[in-house]
Every structure is written in structure tokens, then in C-alpha cells.
Ligand binder design. Structure first.
Ligand SMILES: [Zn+2]
Length: 203
């Protein structure tokens, strides 16, 4: 993680202090109280499935810029710090592929502790609503719906994207982590598995 020199809240020079079982960079000003616990980020991507010409196909975009320019992947990006997951992934799909789709459920996620920040990358399933894939020619070089067989014949389709598409194809929509509408508002959302077998523990 990045080493800071000055407090990002009050600009004091940071010191090292034992806090929560580890030495951490911290602000010496007790009225500020900043402790550098690390850099964290949330990424998301959307599996949008659509039946075309008798085959189920998933929306992919081709990256137009570094890193990994030319590779194919699920549309996605970072959730903003004040943006909930479902809104973030719907926005990314719209921005990167010009497709409108609605969040359905989470099919899986990757937790990674290397790189510029500790990252959780959440692969979501979205219901296709409208729009034909289009790209901006800068951030994305191409966009389209492709079957798994077509992806196997394409160069540079990211493994984690195929992993997400396979999981979405092999499970019914709504069987993943879904938003509990009773416990959510516009500042937080609760995700849970569907209650498919409430009698399980009574057997
Ligand atoms: Zn400070």
C-alpha cells in the first residue's frame, strides 16, 4: 500500500503508532485522529446475457486503452465512494457498451490483496433491458454479444470474465446474492441468498 508522508486530513507529518495490533502510519494530532489503515477499492462488472440467433450470448467489451489494451472483458469499473454496487454496475454497462441493463444478483467476487489497493471485484448478473452494443472508440474499441464458443475462438478474453459468464449460465437468475428490498435505502444495501429451502434445517 502507498506510504504517506503527510496527514490527508490535516497535513501534519505522520508518525508510526501501534494501532489495532500493527504498526501503522498515524496523525500525531489527537484532535484529528487519522490512522492509515490502507487503500481499498471496489470493482464491479456485469454479465448481461441475451438470446440471439438461438444462442445465449454475453456482453463483452474490448479495451481500447492500457493496461491490457485489446483484451476482451465484461463491462465494468470502480464503484464511486458514494455509489452503491447495483447503481455502479448499471452505470458502467451503460457507459462502456451503451446497453441498458438492470442489476439482478451477484454471481461471485474476487478478493485481492496485491496491487495499488486491496480490491474486491464483484461480478454481477444484470437483466438486459434495451440498447445495441456500441463503443466510444477510445476507452472501448469494440462491444458485442458473444457465445462461449465464440469467446473460445477469440484472442485475449480475460479468464475472470469467462469465469463469471460460466457461473451466470449455470445458475438461475436470482439464485445469487440479491438485494433485500426490506433492508435497503439509497445509502446502503443488504445482499442475501434466496430462501429456496426454508425447511432444510428442520429435516
Ligand atoms: Zn491529521
Amino acid at each position: 500500500m502507498a506510504r504517506l508522508t503527510f496527514c490527508p486530513r490535516c497535513a501534519e507529518r505522520l508518525i508510526v503508532r501501534h494501532e489495532g495490533g500493527r504498526d501503522r502510519q498515524a496523525c500525531p494530532d489527537s484532535s484529528c485522529g487519522f490512522v492509515h489503515f490502507g487503500d481499498f477499492s471496489i470493482g464491479c462488472s456485469g454479465v448481461v446475457l441475451r438470446e440471439l440467433d438461438g444462442e445465449v450470448r454475453a456482453l463483452l467489451i474490448q479495451r481500447g486503452q492500457a493496461p491490457y489494451a485489446g483484451t476482451w472483458q465484461l463491462p465494468g469499473g470502480y464503484a464511486e465512494h458514494d455509489e452503491l454496487l447495483a447503481a455502479a454496475v448499471e452505470r458502467e454497462v451503460r457507459e462502456e457498451a451503451a446497453v441498458t441493463a438492470r442489476f439482478r444478483d451477484v454471481v461471485g467476487f474476487r478478493h485481492m490483496v496485491v496491487g495499488p489497493s486491496t480490491n474486491v471485484y464483484i461480478i454481477c448478473r444484470l437483466d438486459y433491458v434495451a440498447g445495441e452494443p456500441a463503443c466510444d472508440g477510445v476507452e472501448t474499441a469494440a462491444a458485442g454479444f458473444y457465445s462461449l464458443a465464440e469467446m473460445d475462438a477469440m484472442d485475449g478474453v480475460q479468464g475472470i470474465s469467462k469465469w463469471g459468464i460460466r457461473h451466470a449460465l449455470s445458475t438461475p437468475p436470482g439464485s445469487g446474492l440479491s438485494v433485500d428490498e426490506n433492508g435497503s435505502d439509497n445509502r446502503w444495501q443488504m445482499f442475501g441468498l434466496a430462501d429456496v429451502d426454508p425447511a432444510h434445517w428442520r429435516a
